[in-house]
Design a protein around this ligand. Sequence first.
Ligand SMILES: [Mn+2]
Length: 316
Amino acid sequence: MPKTFILGHIQPDTDSVVAALGLEYLYQQKKCFEYLDPQAVTAGPLNGETKYLFERFGVTPPAQITAQDIGPDDQVVLVDHNEASQRLPNLDETQIVDIIDHHKVHLNLASPIYMTFKTWGSSTTIVFYLMQQSQVQPDKPLASLMLSAILSDTLGFKSPTCTNRDRDQAQELAKLAGIDDIEALTLDIFKAKSNVAGLSADQLATNDYKVLEMNHQKVFINQVETVEQTKLLEERQSELIAALEKVRQDMKLDLVVMAVTDILQVNTKLLLPSDLEATVAVKAFGGQVQNHVLDIGPKLSRKKEIVPALEKALQK
Ligand SMILES: [Mn+2]
């Protein structure tokens, strides 16, 4: 029996996992989508924040798969990503039938497929919109997770990627979830997000990364959202730089950048292992690199505030 795998990006975050689960729920309720045996799955292990949220709301997380688990007659729905570098390794792109995403598009597929792209703050906001269009209501645990995913991806509505649509949908979901104190939930998510003390330098360096092609260069940008920015950049700097250099070699990258974002203070500092990165970062953001670190000020969003500036700097 052919299946439909609903799949988020590698290095899954809460939004990609929960959006996939929401789509599974929607496709199961509404057979009109005609997806056979829809199953939310992940392309990698869950991070600490996502694990915490699934435990808190008593939901079994989606299983992790590899490309070998996808049969020749199965179909794939991508969520929260579109470009090849973020997909499950060795995924056959002719099996992709639908994409639901809020990132910039980098695609050139051989045949037409369904797509829903919105410039909203989380993929889960789009999934809830699709549910509303089909008059489908998530149950309480799913609504709780969906609210959490919006809060996680928009950093408690503080990210510049956040839109009024995200705020409104979050309020709706909070009602369905029976959650009154959104702020308290946000703080719990921040705590789970920033609990990086138990992670090795290798884990930290690849915690939440994207590899993007900019002007024929492979640029790796890892982001750590924490409340312990100074501690990470000072006490663990040399092991982090060593870990980033290893990533550069292993993944054959041109540039490796690590953004350490303080989500409470609203500030990002870039850790730049070599002069290669330092030159590009200063071109992009101005300022001066001190001891491998460039303070780029009150920025939170990789997608909206970091990637476009680096891209522009690399075009010069
Ligand atoms: Mn997302």
